[in-house]
Design a protein around this ligand. Structure first.
Ligand SMILES: [Zn+2]
Length: 260
């Protein structure tokens, strides 16, 4: 099995809204004055290792191989189990130990059926839309949607909350579906910027409106538990489509999610 990295799509999706990224300490959270810490355009200057440690994404689409879904989940689990066993053996672990022997199989099952299940479009949440019968024309905010994702550079958890707003164009969505959409895109190897844009673009598409906002505040285990080992910083990303590009709508959204 050979990974074909050249098939990765590195073209940013032109339909994304405005994306901002700030990194700030928890104490600062509440202000929005942080400077963007990175320019995706500057990516050509960095090595692959530096890209990984700086958590820069190269694409707004999840980089998938063209044959990503040719194998069944069972076949994928078998392959992962085999290779994870090799990783554990390389680390010098004794896989005849009762506590360890089931680990490769558990990890394989967890990857395919749980934490990376959002790679497979077959697992996309079924979305029913309703007529906006109440003629509610203000913004609807669903805040503090908790999610777990995994950093695609280190395969360790990203734990955070998403805040989502939209203004109906005539269709409304069941509230729990917004949670399901966030979790679907979170269950992939991710970078936070891409997760933010994928949720925003998807909501725009299904709700047939540009008026969508997404803010994500998350802690990255690859920053807190290894590398720089910063226990207090979190990363905030945002996506503003349509009227949310106006300062006043944005402020209203921030007030609703108490980011002010
Ligand atoms: Zn990472």
């Amino acid at each position: 099995m050979k990974l074909n990295e050249t098939s990765w799509n590195t073209q940013p999706d032109s339909s994304h809204g405005e994306l901002e990224t700030l990194t700030k300490t928890r104490q600062e959270f509440g202000g929005r004055t942080g400077k963007p810490i990175r320019e995706v355009d500057g990516i050509g200057l960095l090595t692959i290792d530096e890209i990984g440690d700086d958590h820069i994404s190269t694409s707004y689409d999840t980089p998938l191989r063209s044959d990503a879904f040719e194998k069944s989940d069972e076949e994928k689990m078998e392959i992962i189990e085999h290779h994870f066993r090799q990783i554990m053996l390389a680390l010098g672990l004794d896989l005849t130990d009762d506590s360890l022997k089931g680990t490769p199989g558990r990890v394989a099952k967890m990857y395919v059926q749980e934490i990376f299940s959002g790679l497979n479009p077959a697992n996309q949440p079924k979305i029913a839309l309703f007529e906006n019968r109440y003629k509610y024309e203000e913004m609807l905010v669903e805040k503090n949607i908790s999610f777990h994702s995994n950093c695609e550079h280190h395969f360790v958890p990203i734990i955070g909350k998403a805040h989502v707003a939209y203004i109906s164009s005539g269709k409304v969505i069941g509230l729990s579906k917004i949670n399901r959409i966030v979790r679907y895109f979170a269950k992939r190897p991710q970078v936070q910027e891409r997760l933010t844009v994928q949720i925003g673009n998807y909501l725009k598409e299904i709700l047939a409106t540009e008026d969508v906002a997404v803010v994500i505040d998350a802690v990255h285990m690859c920053v807190s538990s290894r590398g720089i080992q910063d226990q207090s910083s979190s990363t905030v990303t945002s996506y503003f489509g349509g009227v949310f590009q106006n300062e006043s709508k944005r402020e209203e959204f921030f007030r609703q999610i108490e980011l002010k």
